[in-house]
Design a protein around this ligand. Structure first.
Ligand SMILES: [Zn+2]
Ligand SMILES: [Zn+2]
Length: 332
């Protein structure tokens, strides 16, 4: 079923959106879609066959950069820049923006614009990565699930700049953020060069550098984007439990809580998007909130916003549904 794409991106979301995906976006889409899984297959084969076994240096570097970029994306790109859910010192702000830029998830202001648009339209026409726009009755389709997970990065209407001035004006005004945004390419390259350099020096060989590039570069991105963090757009809008009757399909998925730093409490997040804390109940693991608590104790961040009680009462399942539709004032 081909959707009526003209109706998928209404009003401000459609303005200035190109009909076709720009060449540079297609190149990035192709690299991020195919290179990390291919690298994972290659790396596993090299390991099993005994041709090139990764050492503690490769695995350690991979985990270290992975954790850095995950913290940068979830606590920086998402909770700080997209939602303004706490206030950070300049050092923390710049550090998080830089770390997130290693993740191969796009430049920071672009990321935040896409995400704000996601909250603005959440599973309605205009959402850049909803899986429910491919069926006239807004039901689950596998085509939609693939679009939500990774297919959207190929779509001009999803990655185009339409409406970005409206969605990210405040971020463009931040000189530090704008500098990191416009130097994204350098950060992205550093995410590959750094592990290659570390392994090259540790092993004293070009082969060592190649192994570092493979594991700390491409397989790290496979681990973060394909296997874990991008499940936020697909899995946590498709499978799992809805504790709150939000107007979208967002769900809570406990299994992904640790690997997404708490973002898989995604139904909680859509119910209370400006909260920096994703856990709403005892036992809901939210490592992102633990890190924020440490930073708050060290006086590096302040004004940490909590889930807002009255709003939660309004959208809790079984009570009035759809009384708190996402609107621009609340979504960041
Ligand atoms: Zn969502
Ligand atoms: Zn969000």
């Amino acid at each position: 079923m081909t959707p009526d794409t003209d109706n998928l991106f209404p009003d401000d979301a459609a303005d200035a959106t190109p009909e076709r995906t720009r060449g540079v976006d297609l190149v990035f889409a192709a690299i991020v879609t195919f290179a990390p899984p291919a690298a994972f297959v290659l790396g596993t084969w090299l390991w099993i066959s005994g041709r090139a076994v990764p050492s503690a240096v490769e695995i350690g570097t991979m985990i270290a950069i992975h954790v850095c970029s995950l913290v940068g994306v979830e606590l920086g790109f998402h909770r700080l820049f997209s939602h303004r859910s706490y206030t950070a010192t300049r050092l923390v702000k710049v550090g998080l923006a830089a770390m997130g830029s290693l993740a191969f998830q796009g430049p920071v202001i672009w990321w935040a614009s896409i995400h704000r648009k996601h909250h603005r339209y959440a599973d309605q026409p205009g959402d850049p990565h909803s899986m429910y726009l491919f069926d006239p009755d807004r039901r689950f389709t596998w085509r939609g699930a693939i679009h939500a997970h990774i297919g959207w990065v190929w779509s001009a209407r999803s990655v185009g700049r339409g409406g970005f001035a409206r969605y990210a004006k405040d971020l463009y005004r931040d000189a530090d953020l704008l500098w990191i945004h416009t130097h994204y390419f350098a950060f992205m390259i550093a995410g590959f060069a750094l592990p290659a350099l570390i392994s090259g020096v540790a092993h004293g060989s070009l082969q060592g550098a190649g192994l570092g590039l493979l594991w700390g570069g491409f397989i790290r991105i496979f681990l973060m984007n394909h296997l874990t963090y991008w499940c936020i757009n697909s899995v946590t809008h498709g499978w799992g439990r809805q504790d709150y009757a939000t107007p979208d399909h967002s769900t809570n998925v406990p299994l992904l809580a640790l690997v997404t730093l708490g973002q898989s409490w995604h139904n909680n997040h859509h119910a209370s998007p400006t909260s920096a804390i994703m856990s709403h109940r005892k036992g809901q693991l939210d490592p992102g909130a633990w890190i924020l608590a440490l930073l708050e104790r060290g006086k590096l961040i302040s004004n940490v916003r909590r889930p807002y009680g009255p709003a939660l009462g309004r959208v809790r399942r079984g009570q009035t549904r759809n009384v708190a539709p996402p609107h621009h004032g609340d979504d960041h």
